[in-house]
Design a protein around this ligand. Structure first.
Ligand code: PEP
Ligand code: CO
Length: 453
């Protein structure tokens, strides 16, 4: 009898995570209602396809080899209320514009990954919240419960899983439609909002870069006799934190003529810092799926921990399979990153390295609001590029929390937003995001840093 090639790792099934400690999971009071919803989720059409997932893995392998750069960005937490056309279009717009700046400045293709169409569940620091002597379950994101401090709102409701699936599908559908339908006109800087540029010391450099992008496109279009959108179909992938394991497992499927199991709710699930225990349920679930996987790496994780994650999540050293997303903080990255990069390389693990310059740089402003300084975000990216280069490694991408809206959540940037500005348009229910201008400015700064390197 011919040997049967196992198509999933030994001992793994879509539910094998249930035998491990699963932190950050809600306690659903109605188990029968949950089972019924999960059964529906398992039968609804998926949000992505296995060939898109495989294609992303190949693109990430290219980024690992230094031929592409990854831009991953979106909200900290999507909310059901923000599933509306202008918010989706503006977020896509800023991501596409940033990617064009990066393509032009880094001279590399850019892999675009949205942190949306499913980023509805959040890890929390405590399971419960107490106010005026009343203790309720914490808010875990719109996929689980609602933020209001009442018993009804905070009780985990499985029907939200279906609502989340629906809103993720609406978001994907609109995003795919915008991309297919010439939204790529955005390629042309004439349409960009650049009023903010006059406020920065680098104004001339930025104007020249944006003008150069426009010139390059006009030259190409004249030569080709086609518009850039006719020629180059923009590719876009989605990602979210693989947190709520019952829902992730319900959307984990086999597909015809492909070995293995795919999580078809997103292209690129990642494991958050709080759920990265090597013997925990999240790592167990993720080790068996064919999707490329990201893992957040924080300063509290030991080198041995990271090496074990590499062994468990990518035992065959498959290119593009594993992305390590370090989020150390501007003040800690020099201390923690070099040893880690050396150790991973020394052990022969091939990974893609990305920098999340957001989550290690959160601070509380004088008025109690959570914020992040543009200068810290930029500094962590700048230091990360240099550290990788010094270690003979390569920073292959950035992971950002941003929105296309004019919010005031992060301080600094071209308009030098102060702590007093934060109240004006602070909309995030969770972490502070870069606004449209700060996000575009960050892309332009990344390109100047690299130009200078
Ligand atoms: C996040 O990406 O929103 C998040 C919670 O990150 P981390 O797991 O790195 O803290
Ligand atoms: Co966040």
């Amino acid at each position: 009898m011919p040997a049967v090639t196992p198509d999933s790792p030994s001992g793994w099934t879509p539910d094998s995570w249930q035998s491990r400690a699963a932190v950050q999971q809600p306690a659903y009071p109605d188990a029968a209602a949950l089972r019924q919803v999960l059964d529906q989720l398992a039968h609804l059409p998926p949000l992505v396809t296995s060939w898109e997932v495989n294609h992303l893995r190949e693109q990430l392998a290219e980024a690992q080899a230094g031929r592409q750069f990854v831009l991953q960005g979106g909200d900290c937490a999507e909310s059901f209320a923000d599933c509306e056309s202008a918010i989706i279009a503006n977020r896509l717009k800023v991501l596409l514009q940033m990617s064009l700046v990066l393509v032009h400045g880094l001279r590399r293709k850019v892999v675009r990954i949205g942190r949306f169409a499913g980023q509805y569940a959040k890890p929390r620091s405590a399971d419960t919240e107490t106010k005026h002597g009343v203790t309720l379950p914490c808010y875990r994101g719109d996929l689980v419960n609602a933020p209001e401090f009442t018993v009804a709102a905070r009780t985990p409701d499985p029907h939200r899983l279906l609502e989340g699936h629906k809103r993720s599908a609406l978001t994907m559908n609109f995003t795919r439609g915008l991309i297919d339908g010439g939204f790529a006109d955005l390629h042309h800087p004439e349409y960009w909002n650049l009023d903010w540029v006059q406020h920065v010391p680098h104004a001339n450099e930025y104007r020249e870069r944006v003008e150069a992008i426009g010139e390059s496109l006009r030259f190409f279009e004249t030569l080709a006799g086609q518009t850039i959108s006719d020629f180059n179909r923009v590719e876009f992938f989605t990602s979210h934190e693989a947190l709520l394991l019952c829902a992730e497992a319900a959307q984990t499927r086999r597909v015809p003529r492909q070995p293995g199991w795919y999580n078809l709710s997103t292209h690129f699930p990642w494991i958050g810092m709080r759920t990265a225990a090597v013997d925990g349920a999240h790592v167990e679930y993720c080790r068996g799926i064919r999707n490329p996987i990201g893992v957040k790496i924080s300063p509290s994780m030991s080198t041995e921990w990271v090496l074990q994650l590499c062994r468990i999540l990518n035992p065959d050293n498959e290119p593009g399979r594993l992305t390590l997303i370090h989020r150390m903080g501007a003040g800690k990255v020099t201390q923690h990153l070099p040893g880690l990069v050396d150790a991973v390389r020394g052990a022969g693990h091939r990974v893609l390295w990305m920098c999340d310059p957001m989550h290690g740089n959160t601070q509380t402003a004088g008025n109690g609001l959570k914020t992040r300084a543009f200068s810290d975000i930029l500094s962590e990216i700048e230091q990360s590029f240099a550290i990788h280069a010094d270690c003979g490694s390569r920073l292959g991408g950035v992971h950002l929390e941003l929105t296309g809206e004019d919010v005031t959540e992060c301080i600094g940037g071209a308009r030098d937003l102060s702590e007093d500005d934060l109240r004006r348009a602070y909309r995030s229910a969770v972490d502070p995001r870069l606004n449209y201008e700060q996000a575009l400015e960050l892309a332009l700064r990344i390109v100047s840093i690299r130009g200078a390197a």
